[in-house]
Write a protein that binds this ligand. Sequence first.
Ligand SMILES: *Cc1c(COP(=O)(O)O)cnc(C)c1O
Length: 358
Amino acid sequence: MSQYWSPFVHTLTPYVPGEQPKLPNLVKLNTNENPYPPSPRVIAAIQEELGNDGAALRLYPDPNADRLKQAIADHFAEFGISRTQVFVGNGSDEVLAHAFLGLLKHDAPVLMPDITYSFYPVYCELYGIKRCAIPLGANFEISVADYARENGGIIIANPNAPTGLALASTDIERLVAAHRDSVVVIDEAYVDFGGETAISLVNRYPNLLIIRTLSKSHALAGLRIGYAVGDAALIEALERVKNSFNSYPLDRVAIAGASAAMQDGGYLETTRRAVMKSRERLVSDLATLGFDVLPSAANFIFARHPRHDGGELAAELRRRSIIVRHFKQPRIDQFLRITVGTDTQCGVLVDALRSIVG
Ligand SMILES: *Cc1c(COP(=O)(O)O)cnc(C)c1O
């Protein structure tokens, strides 16, 4: 605490990201990173951008990152997405922040599930946005009917985090159709691992904004790229906020690497299939050990053991150099959120859990 702070800073409770310990031989299954490296084309594009002497870095990057926006539009060509319907930012966390300020700050509260990505309430607090948490159902499911109330916008992660449960795009369509006077933001951070994208609805619903990241399915958490797809008028709001905050959120290396990643659809397909296959194996191994595992459409699973406390399990795993995520939050404090690693990493985890619960 300091007398020098702007007064409202005293009221902030910042988001706490999963830890990034610098220990050797750690089995790191706590922040949903991809266990595989990014596409080799990403590395080649970054090397090309840098050249022999890195002279390109003297110059500012393209403030609009048009090359990347075009690569994203091309990636979604089947849905008729154009470059003016794409916004890019420094990680989807930044895109989300701009969406909260530019599209979700109204007199009525923004609606969100009570259990969801814990950054959403943090943005509400930062920007002074009213919010209303809608409880998940008995099986942690989202029911779109529960959102039938006055609101200044709706945000849902699909698949949801940390549960991993997905809504069908028909449910998303019911939601956007029922709330044509509000913006509905769908955070599709994990959709490539088995969810159903709502990007196909963008050209029919001018109130729908989809937010995505290259951190998970494209294995580029370290490069920091996120994007939004929606009606050009929604994108214009995000551009206004962005250009009132930071004109150059994506550097030259990120623009080059991310553009190459979006162009390598084959690599995305191979790696996401590998992750989903490992997930099915992990789910069945944990079920054999007596865990209840929620049906996951993400690159993580959410599981609890009926006879072992979630916090204690996480601590036991840590003693064995395996880290997973545990949330000390009502209703989910018995669960572990476990990132799907390689089969080798999953095997180490399952062996450790067998020795703990067995
Ligand atoms: C990981 C994650 C993000 C943030 O991703 P970045 O692009 O790395 O900032 C956003 N939403 C959800 C639900 C996530 O899990």
